[in-house]
Design a binder for this molecule. Structure first.
Ligand SMILES: CC(C)(COP(=O)(O)OP(=O)(O)OC[C@H]1O[C@@H](n2cnc3c(N)ncnc32)[C@H](O)[C@@H]1OP(=O)(O)O)[C@@H](O)C(=O)NCCC(=O)NCCS
Length: 423
C-alpha cells in the first residue's frame, strides 16, 4: 500500500514540500469512495497531511473494513457540535441570494457544503473532492462561500503538464495550461484573470520562469473573428497589468511552442516560440487540448488545480487514481501554506538533521545499555527482566546469557593424553 508510487521529480517535490508544513485537509467523500480512504491512509502514513474524514465514523469504518484509520479525524455533520453554528454562518453568507435559515440547516448536511464551511471557518486548511461527484457539485460551494482572492474576479483552473524531456517543450518538459476545467466562455477580462492565476501557479507550484502565450486560431492577425478579437484584447490588457511578464498573443499553438514557426509567423522578434504557460480562449479548446495531450501526446497531467480562490479547494476527476488524489491533497496543502520555497528547504534540512541526530543518540543509548548489561554479566549478576526492561535490553540480555552458558560448557576432550590427564 505505501510503496513509493511517485517517480517524477516534480511530483516528489510536491510531496516533500507538503511534509515541510503539514496542513489539515477535509475529504467530504469519505463515505462513498474507497480510493479516497486509501489516499487518506497514504497521506497520514507518509505525513503528507492531516486528514479529516467527513461523515459517520462507524459507517465509514464498517464500509472500508480493511482500512487503517490511525491518525485520521472524523467529523459527522449530523452530530458535530458546531453544525448549527456553521448553518447559521452559511445562511449569513448566502441570504443575499435568498437562502433561508431552514434551507441552510439542510444544506449544511451536504458533506461538500459542510467541508467548505469548515474551511471558511478555518477549522481545516483545504478541501479535496470530486472523486464521486461532478465538478459543478464540487466547485459551486467554494465559488459561493470561499469566493475569489483580492484582485481576481474569476476563479479558474490549470493543469501542470509533464512531457518527455526529449520533446523540448516548456522548461525541461514541464508546462502549465489554463483554463481547462472551469470557465466555459470567459470574456477578455476574465481571460486576463485566468492568465494571471495560471502564471502564479506556474511560478509558485511548477517553479517556472513564465513565458506566457495567449492562444487562438490566429497569429498576429492571420485570422479574424470574435474570439480572435477577444484574445487580442485580453493580451493587451494583460500586458498592461503585468508589464514585467513575458507575454505574447494572439498566437496559434505552433507559434507559441515551435521556435522555427515563431520566427516566420510572429511579428515580435523577442518572442522565441518557447512558451511554458498556455492560455486557452475557452473551455472547449482548453479541455479538448489537455485531454489530447494526455492521450495522444502521452503526457502526464497534474490537476486540475483550482486557482484564484481565497482558500484552496480542489476538484478530482471521477476517474482519479490513488496517485492523483494523493498529489491533489499535497498540492492543496501547498496552496494553504505561506512558507516560501527557501523556508521549506530550510525546514526539510533541519528535520533531516534532527532525524540523523535522533538516530545517533538512539544508537549511543543502545550501546550504553549493552555495555552496562555486559558489565553486570561479568560480575555474574544478571538482572532479572523487569516490567521496565525494553525489548532491546531483553534481547541483549538473552544473547549474552546464551554466550555465558555456552562458554561454561566443558570443551570435549580431544586426545588420549588429555583423557588420561583428566582422569
Ligand atoms: C463551476 C460552474 C458549475 C459554476 O456554474 P454557474 O452556473 O456559473 O453557477 P452559478 O451561476 O450558480 O454561480 C454560483 C456562484 O459562483 C460564482 N461563480 C461561478 N463561476 C465562477 C468563477 N469562475 N469564479 C468565481 N465565481 C464564480 C457565481 O458568480 C455565483 O456567485 P453568487 O451566487 O455568489 O452570485 C460552471 O462554471 C461549470 O459548470 N463549469 C464547467 C465545469 C465542467 O463541466 N468542467 C469540465 C470538466 S472538468
Amino acid at each position: 500500500m505505501c510503496l513509493n508510487i511517485f517517480k517524477n521529480g516534480l511530483e516528489k517535490k510536491f510531496l516533500s514540500y507538503a511534509k515541510s508544513d503539514i496542513k489539515t485537509i477535509a475529504l467530504p467523500e469519505a463515505e462513498f469512495s474507497g480510493l479516497i480512504i486509501k489516499s487518506a491512509e497514504y497521506c497520514t502514513k507518509k505525513n503528507i497531511a492531516n486528514i479529516v474524514l467527513i461523515g459517520d465514523e462507524q459507517k465509514i469504518k464498517n464500509t472500508f473494513l480493511q482500512a487503517n484509520f490511525a491518525k485520521m479525524t472524523f467529523i459527522n455533520p449530523k452530530t458535530y457540535e458546531k453544525t448549527d453554528d456553521l448553518a447559521r454562518k452559511l445562511y449569513e453568507i448566502r441570504k443575499f441570494k435568498g437562502l433561508l435559515l431552514k434551507e441552510a440547516k439542510e444544506l449544511i448536511l451536504n458533506p461538500i457544503y459542510f467541508a467548505t464551511m469548515l474551511l471558511e471557518e478555518g477549522i481545516v486548511d483545504g478541501v479535496v473532492g470530486g472523486a464521486a461527484t461532478t465538478s459543478a457539485n464540487m466547485l459551486k460551494p467554494a465559488l459561493q462561500i470561499i469566493k475569489t482572492e483580492e484582485g481576481i474576479k474569476r476563479a479558474s483552473s490549470s493543469f501542470i503538464m509533464l512531457s518527455k524531456k526529449s520533446l523540448k517543450l516548456g522548461d525541461k518538459g514541464v508546462f502549465v495550461l489554463g483554463d481547462c476545467a472551469l470557465n466555459v466562455n470567459p470574456n477578455a477580462e476574465e481571460l486576463v484573470d485566468i492568465a494571471i492565476a495560471t502564471a502564479k501557479t506556474a511560478k509558485e507550484l511548477a517553479k517556472l520562469d513564465v513565458r506566457l502565450a495567449m492562444l487562438s486560431y490566429s497569429t498576429h492577425g492571420s485570422g479574424n473573428g470574435e474570439s480572435v478579437d477577444k484574445v487580442k484584447l485580453a493580451t493587451k490588457l494583460l500586458k498592461q497589468k503585468e508589464p514585467e511578464m513575458i507575454i505574447e498573443g494572439e498566437l496559434q499553438a505552433d507559434s507559441a511552442l515551435v521556435a522555427k514557426v515563431a520566427r516566420v509567423k510572429v511579428k515580435n522578434n523577442a518572442w522565441k516560440g518557447n512558451a511554458n504557460v498556455l492560455i486557452f480562449p475557452d473551455l472547449n479548446s482548453g479541455n479538448i487540448s489537455s485531454k489530447l495531450m494526455k492521450i495522444v501526446g502521452k503526457m502526464k497531467a497534474i490537476g486540475p488545480i483550482m486557482q484564484g480562490l481565497n482558500k484552496p479547494v480542489n476538484d478530482l476527476s471521477r476517474g482519479a487514481s490513488l496517485k492523483e488524489i494523493v498529489l491533489t491533497i499535497a498540492i492543496t496543502s501547498l496552496q494553504a501554506s505561506n512558507l516560501s520555497e527557501q523556508e521549506r528547504i530550510e525546514k526539510l534540512k533541519q528535520e533531516k538533521l534532527e532525524k540523523k541526530l535522533f538516530k545517533k543518540q538512539k544508537k549511543e543509548r543502545r550501546q550504553q545499555v549493552k555495555l552496562e548489561v555486559e558489565e553486570e554479566v561479568v560480575v555474574d549478576k544478571v538482572p532479572e527482566t523487569t516490567a521496565e526492561t525494553t525489548p532491546e535490553v531483553t534481547k541483549i540480555l538473552e544473547t549474552i546469557e546464551v554466550t555465558e552458558v555456552s562458554s561454561k560448557v566443558e570443551k570435549p576432550v580431544k586426545n588420549k593424553k588429555q583423557k588420561e590427564e583428566q582422569k
